[in-house]
Design a protein around this ligand. Sequence first.
Ligand SMILES: Cc1cc2nc3c(=O)[nH]c(=O)nc-3n(C[C@H](O)[C@H](O)[C@H](O)COP(=O)(O)OP(=O)(O)OC[C@H]3O[C@@H](n4cnc5c(N)ncnc54)[C@H](O)[C@@H]3O)c2cc1C
Length: 571
Amino acid sequence: MSSAFDTRLAADAGAPTHEVFNQSEPLAGANLFTGDAALRDALAFHAPAVGADALAGLAALGEEAGSAPLQAHARLANVHPPVLHTHDRVGRRVDEVEFHPSYGALMDRVTAHGLHGTPWADGPGGHLRRAAGFIVFTQLEPSVMCPVSMTYAATPALQANPALHADWAARVAARAYDARPLPVAAKRAVTLGMGMTEKQGGSDVRANTTRAERDGEDAWGERFRLVGHKWFFSAPQSDAHLVLAQAPGGLSCFFVPRWLPDGTRNAVQVQRLKDKLGNHANASSEVEFRGAFGWRVGEEGRGVPQILAMGALTRMDCALGTAGLMRQALCLALHHTAQRQAFGKPVAGHPLMRNVLADLALESEAATALALRVARSVDRTEHGQDPTGHEALMRRLLTPVAKYWVCKRGSHFAQEAMECLGGNGYVEEGGHGVMARVYREMPLNSIWEGAGTIMALDLLRSLQGPQGGPAAEALAAELAPARGAHAAFDRLADALPARLDGGTAEPDARALARDVALAVQAALLRQHAPDAVFTAFCDSRLARPESLAAFGSLPAAAPFDALVQRAHPTA
Ligand SMILES: Cc1cc2nc3c(=O)[nH]c(=O)nc-3n(C[C@H](O)[C@H](O)[C@H](O)COP(=O)(O)OP(=O)(O)OC[C@H]3O[C@@H](n4cnc5c(N)ncnc54)[C@H](O)[C@@H]3O)c2cc1C
């Protein structure tokens, strides 16, 4: 008996036990720009001046970012995270971070598309083109967007030191990636980073203890020596960081290159790399300054406003990046649920799942709309296209609002999108499970560059003093195009001016940031999305705010098919 059983087992050992079917294929080959109707419509609305060349560039970027070869690089850069080498084989200090070649391949492409320091040398529309590109490239790989964003944000600060600007600006704008550890003069292209956060305080940078002592003057201006540390110092391989330190005249901003002009390494020691939840392809380090040379950028004692100006740009990027991650998660959910069958039809064909997908599509489009609106305000103000000052007010008001609300919705969104894939959504399997990577990435944009409460408080700060009145008026003007189109929208728009004009106490700041975001998103959708999108957005988020608690809560009469169809990546 037992020997007959063993024989049967042996015979079956190599035979298939079942057929693998009803599993979805990976999403590859979609153009992430041309296939994104929400992004294209928002861009056309905000930047009618973005010409055919720029659109062709974005279409080329969209094709690359959606391609299987670059997706393979994204996977490899994440499953082979950077490694720190503090010393060389014979004991010399080197502080080098070694990256998988796929990281370099991604950096090559993102810089070739000019998403880092390039827009500052572009004409009108350049920041919007870049914002759309940022949304697209994030869907390929968000970790590389950290040095890209810091380089973008730090570039204008260099103008405060003309000598540094003269030596660095062209290389920051170059559409190339040059990873070689060399002084600036020997490099084709450079990237920049930013160092503010210390162990004892990140939001409250006034608590910084790193000291800067005067050391003389040279071609780059007043030179200081820095002693202290940074607890978070992303992309330590960057060619220079803008660093906050306490100078005799108060907290100031310093330009700290990795290599000194004489060809020696600056005294910035990388202690270790952070072991992070996500963002695995990016190196985030802890560093110590051991008498590192830093050149003053801007006035002594004015470091906080200077860093805040940079922070406003990286905060916009957090909203753009989250809009990109939402779009990516949505596409993965739409792609999977169209293929996967359950109870006799595609998962996407079931009415309740259609509600979930349509609701996610609405959120994704609204996030894109608000993030691009901020980019438009940057583009207009930077190019002197703001005769009434409206764009400057919107830039100040909507940057913290977009960073707060879009990023706050991100993790919630990723969780729901992951659920659309069922158990497969939770599995990474060597980096092939992209949805799980998106989910781990999502909270980061909400935390760095100022967490949620800090954003809401920044909104209140933007309204303090004489700003409150003009901001309320400017917001009313911003909302005017959607007036009369939906009763719930009108109710919210009526209530907001009093809350902006000094009527909001600190504990209510998050609710204000949420409501300003929802009102502006609705007004934008009214102007550049189909009516179905605007109406469904107002019917849910404005008329039934409880629907914000869980996706899939659109009214039963919502035009699910139209909403899903518009969002589909292959549409
Ligand atoms: C992966 C990663 C990379 C990073 N890279 C960099 C980098 O390259 N350079 C850099 O400088 N920093 C970097 N950071 C640091 C990041 O910007 C900070 O973590 C962030 O600003 C929050 O600061 P903190 O961690 O000190 O938190 P804290 O300041 O201690 O804040 C903790 C919580 O308290 C809240 N809070 C603080 N003050 C108030 C208040 N007045 N009212 C109400 N709530 C308040 C905050 O919103 C937050 O929720 C990075 C962080 C991460 C996670």
